[in-house]
Design a protein around this ligand. Structure first.
Ligand code: BYC
Length: 329
């Protein structure tokens, strides 16, 4: 892979002495806020970190279509169905931008997808939870896209140009997604029946803690944060972003008349933030190991979809080969 990258000009071979000088110069560029572009020299570990994060992010967008897809045929009105379809389509688009951003780092999309299908690649833990009632669709928009925005707005300023630029459009679309989720919940909580409000409470009881886990392990346990922050791939720590999510969401939940399932949640005037209860990190670790409620279903759905799409890929390759042969003739 390294040789291939050298060949394609993504990176260059340096002697050990040059490399440490190059590393320092690279860090200076980062510190000065200069964006790193695909053909610039970059430390191998920086490249690998970006491939890891961007590909996980891309996979999350693609797998993230599944829990929502579950409700397309059962949306309660034509309007809600059209909104949901548009949202799911947006997520697919985000996945494609992100795979493209990863490809600028010298990896192939086919390899990334193979890793996902083989169960080797991670994607966000949140998408291993089921969507059991229509209010879950509102919760995904409000809490999951809401968390995604908090995490991703800073990524628009991250040090790697293609990732930062992809994030600008992604964030605009995620903002619309978040608002549609809240709008759906407003309709159910404010204008709906007591049963509908109960569905919303049931949904928030199930989604609240997994949404907080989306931000990743606590800062003390986060193995990648320090280096990623030094490289400005991440601009804020997992815990800082999680706190922002809690502070932002509590008043929104109050307005909906929903109770967040955390008896320890309370405003702390000294800190100027909400205190909240302990996250069950053993649940998070189990989901990461593949033992969440839907891990197996999600991978099966992606594998089946990939197999069913083989004829499209074959047709595209045959068309491209024919076009190339014609051009060469
Ligand atoms: N799920 O050292 P850490 C969306 C892994 S939203 C699964 O803190 P890092 C969407 C982590 O990868 C979701 N795995 O890592 C919204 C690492 O494992 P490896 C996608 C997780 O990278 C609505 C290990 O735990 N968003 O797309 O510094 C609809 C240690 O963690 C999770 C993004 O991906 C998790 N929740 O920080 C549709 C945003 N958390 O790789 C779609 C970009 C941690 O060392 N990503 N892990 O084996 C990020 O900002 C960061 O990668 C994270 C983790 C904050 C997620």
């Amino acid at each position: 892979m390294y040789a291939q990258l050298v060949e394609t000009g993504v990176t260059q071979v340096k002697s050990a002495e040059q490399l440490s000088g190059a590393d320092q110069a690279f860090q200076r560029r980062i510190d000065d806020g200069i964006k790193i572009e695909p053909k610039d020299w970059m430390p191998e570990a920086y490249r690998k970190t970006l491939v890891r994060q961007i590909s996980q992010h891309a996979h999350s967008e693609i797998v993230g279509m599944l829990p929502e897809g579950n409700w397309v045929t059962r949306a309660p009105s034509l309007k809600r169905k059209a909104i949901l379809l548009a949202k799911i389509q947006d997520e697919g688009g985000h996945g494609l931008y992100l795979y493209s951003a990863a490809e600028t780092l010298g990896v192939s999309r086919d390899d990334l997808v193979d890793d996902l299908l083989a169960g080797k690649a991670k994607y966000s833990s949140i998408f291993n939870y089921p969507t059991l009632n229509w209010a879950d669709i509102g919760m995904i928009g409000w809490l999951v896209d809401g968390s995604a925005i908090i995490n991703q707005i800073p990524l628009c300023r991250c040090s790697y140009g293609p990732y930062a630029r992809a994030m600008v459009r992604v964030c605009k679309e995620e903002s619309f997604h978040q608002r549609q989720g809240y709008d759906l919940l407003l309709a159910m909580c404010k204008d709906g029946t007591p049963e509908q409000k109960e569905m919303c409470q049931d949904a928030i009881n199930r989604w609240w803690w997994p949404a907080l886990m989306m931000f990743g392990p606590s800062d003390a346990e986060s193995v990648n944060s320090a280096q990623s922050m030094a490289w400005k791939i991440k601009l804020f720590s997992n815990d800082d972003l999680r706190q922002k999510m809690v502070d932002q969401t509590v008043p929104q939940a109050e307005y909906l008349g929903l109770t967040l399932p955390d008896p320890d949640l309370k405003w702390n005037p000294q800190r100027g933030h909400y205190d909240f209860g302990k996250i069950d990190w053993s649940e998070f670790q189990e989901v990461l190991k593949g033992n969440g409620p839907c891990n197996r279903d999600r991978l099966k759905a992606r594998r089946d979809a990939h197999a069913k799409g083989a004829w499209v890929r074959d047709a595209l390759s045959a068309y491209a080969a024919k076009k190339e042969a014609r051009a060469a003739a």
